[in-house]
Design a protein around this ligand. Structure first.
Ligand code: GLN
Length: 273
């Protein structure tokens, strides 16, 4: 099969309500990296007008951050058949990247600083609680070593054996406690899930949940390629390896940030994805 025939549908969760923190950059990166390789790519907004069948039709899911009020509106809409479709997709291994407000919705619940507990979809075994408007938000740069077992293996393969580190920026009031779900990684710099236990994000089936904006994918393009590769393999049921893309600028940006934060990674080569 030639590259031209590959096609991916990227489902974008509530683009208007859940794009407060610039996470649309993740969608743009996925789109561009597919186009540079001459794959067809369609971005399908999964908003209030979308149906459960729309959700079922996507090959990859992107969900961004939102403020508490918008999260509540989204949760009122993501019920019944639509909620079931989301659950089915994630359980069946559809890859996705869910940032900040989105993972809070995939957990059991999110308690805002003010107002009622918002029930989540319960797909990720975790809960998130905002300790109140007077408690400091978790804001700042974030560096994370990916520790989720299968993801580390896959990413190491893509990075010629280097340890995968994510660089991003967090901005959240909610503190997340994981249940049985595996953490995405270990905080090297910043606060992560709750500023206490050193965990950041979660990884379940092929869903990446993270507090890392940045947005995540432009700063960590190898994660974008993992998502694309996983989506293509699942859809076409054949071994697919992506052609490399020149990452010089992304690498330089990573180096600059690590230097600015004075983060010395144990294996310097690992910074250079
Ligand atoms: N409302 C959530 C919080 O403050 C999510 C914020 C976000 O998505 N950046 O924890």
């Amino acid at each position: 099969m030639s590259n031209q025939q590959f096609e991916l549908i990227v489902g974008w969760l509530y683009p208007t309500l859940m794009s407060t923190y610039g996470d649309r950059g993740n969608v743009i990166v996925l789109e561009r990296r597919c186009q540079w390789r001459r794959y067809y790519v369609n971005v399908l907004p999964l908003d209030q007008n979308a149906t459960a069948d729309d959700i079922k039709s996507v090959d990859l899911i992107v969900g961004g951050g939102a403020q508490d009020r918008q999260q509540e509106i989204v949760m009122r809409d993501l019920q019944g058949a639509k909620a079931e479709a989301m659950r089915e997709k994630i359980e069946n291994g559809t890859p996705g990247v869910f940032t900040c407000g989105s993972p809070q919705l995939l957990g059991h619940y999110y308690e805002p600083g003010v107002g009622q507990r918002i029930q989540g979809l319960g797909i990720l075994d975790m809960v998130s609680v905002h300790p109140g408007e007077n408690v400091r938000r978790c804001i700042g740069n974030l560096v994370v070593e990916v520790t989720a077992t299968r993801l580390v293996q896959d990413l190491k393969e893509m990075l010629n054996g280097a340890t995968p580190y994510l660089i991003g920026f967090e901005n959240h009031g909610g503190r997340t406690k994981l249940g049985k779900v595996e953490a995405l990684g270990r905080v090297v710099y910043g606060l992560g899930n709750n500023g206490e236990d050193g965990t950041e994000g979660a990884f379940y089936q092929n869903a990446i949940a993270t507090y890392s904006h940045g947005p995540l994918l432009p700063k960590n393009p190898f994660v974008a390629d993992w998502l694309i590769q996983t989506a293509l393999r699942l859809k076409y049921q054949q071994p697919i390896t992506l052609s490399p893309i020149n990452e010089t600028l992304a690498m330089q940006a990573r180096e600059v940030m690590l230097k600015r934060l004075k983060v010395n990674l144990p294996t310097p080569a690992a910074a250079k994805v």
